[in-house]
Design a protein around this ligand. Structure first.
Ligand SMILES: Cc1ncc(COP(=O)(O)O)c(C=O)c1O
Length: 400
């Protein structure tokens, strides 16, 4: 019955020109299901208000949709390859360089395929940098609440990992790092800048203080800032993601989370010193030394990033970032008002709380977690641009 009704509505909408069908019923049905679900997409860190409609209009109207684009090669040269979008990619990296506290004369970066791709570069560059300095492979230290991609990538790169216990709110415990440190080997620190479920930020100052006790040890610090690295530079907490302030060598950020790129992408930035200390593979048919992991790289995502920098830019991203922080505080306040147990880390746009009934979890696409410290079954909401106060009110009403 529901399906018949749905098809009837879809038919009427198509007839009156309100929506353009693809001619494939399965695809049209899925599109409508998705658009409805998008309204209550609360559990995952994706900005559902992508502002790329005019990009696609430009893309199709100029015939670029019929062109094969590939960014194989290094965008950070003086003369990026014209038959790619590397010149735009370079401008994207230059826009973000000061926002992550790098100096324009001491930075290297690329638009990546995802946050995971950025972490892959951070771990790979870190391990090479330390090996080339000391002749020893490092041990990777990462908290047990960090995103699983970091552990997976260490596995892939055959690196020894020590998982450091985190406190109940999800931050790596400095005393546990101290106990685990093997000072005979270099240390590759992966700091979580917004752990996936609880939104915890590792206390880099406290952890660095532990490392400072061992000046004989070579250290590399990579920051996994997949989500938080998007909005923090546009808030009063910008120092948290500044290499100058926090002394990290590299950082990875997702493009499809805060920035609203409509499919996976990301940013990776590191110091030029780190880049220069990577292994050389001179590839004469490309424009330079290929130090990055991938040969072919997406050339459309850098264009989308560049487009959004022109169109949305610093001021509007600042407005959005501060709006998200305000709505996160609102969600926490409203949950507290109705007596629903909830928790939030400082600087975080993620609120985790006692898990509601399965129908609510399903309707709002809530991500699920489990932790005995907080009574067992949990769920979380990540307050992105589309999670407005009005939608939060609707959610709270349903909870009640
Ligand atoms: C903290 C953190 N790191 C890394 C990732 C992986 O990023 P991506 O999905 O862009 O590969 C995520 C994804 O949610 C994340 O939350």
């Amino acid at each position: 019955m529901k399906k018949v009704l749905f098809l009837a509505v879809l038919g009427i909408l198509t007839l009156c020109g309100c929506t353009k069908g693809s001619g494939f019923q399965k695809l049209d049905e899925w599109t409508e299901i998705w658009k409805t679900g998008q309204q209550t997409y609360f559990g995952y860190p994706a900005n559902q208000e992508s502002e790329l409609q005019d990009f696609y209009e430009w893309y199709v109207s100029t015939g670029m949709d019929r062109v094969n684009l590939n960014n194989a090669g290094d965008p950070m040269t003086d003369d990026p390859w014209n038959m790619s979008t590397q010149a735009f990619e370079k401008e994207v990296i230059e826009f973000f360089t000061p926002l992550y506290g790098f100096d324009k004369d001491d930075v290297w970066g690329i638009v990546t395929h995802s946050g995971t791709d950025g972490n892959n570069h951070g771990i790979y560059f870190g391990a090479n940098d330390l090996y080339n300095k000391t002749g020893k492979l490092p041990i990777v230290y990462v908290s047990d609440e960090a995103h699983y991609s970091n552990m997976r990538l260490c596995d892939l790169q055959n690196l020894e990992v020590k998982l450091i216990k985190s406190d109940p709110m999800g931050r790596m415990i400095p005393e546990e790092l101290e106990k685990a440190l093997d000072t005979t080997k270099p240390a590759l620190m992966v700091y979580a800048m917004g752990s996936t479920f609880k939104g915890a930020i590792d206390d880099m100052q406290a952890l660095n203080a532990v490392l400072d006790k061992h000046p004989e040890m070579a250290i590399y610090r990579h920051v996994d800032a997949a989500l938080f690295g998007g909005y923090l530079p546009f808030t009063e907490y910008r120092k948290m993601v500044s290499s100058k302030e926090q002394h990290f060598e590299s950082i990875a950020i997702s493009g499809h989370k805060f920035f609203g790129i409509d499919s996976p992408s990301g940013l990776f930035l590191c110091t030029r010193k780190v880049y220069d200390n990577q292994n050389n593979y001179n590839v004469t048919y490309l424009n330079d030394n290929m130090k990055m992991i991938n040969c072919s790289r997406d050339a459309v995502q850098p264009l989308k990033f560049w487009w959004l920098i022109q169109k949305v830019g610093y001021d509007k991203w600042s407005e959005q970032a501060n709006g998200m922080i305000e709505c996160t505080a609102y969600l926490e306040q409203e949950l507290t008002k109705i007596g629903w147990p909830c928790w939030r880390n400082e600087y975080s746009n993620t609120v985790f709380f006692k898990r509601p009934a399965p129908e609510i979890c399903s309707k709002y696409n809530l991500a699920l977690g489990y932790d005995e410290h907080f009574g067992g079954e949990l769920a979380h909401i990540v307050v992105m641009q589309h999670v407005t106060k009005a939608k939060i009110d609707g959610f709270i009403q349903e909870l009640q």
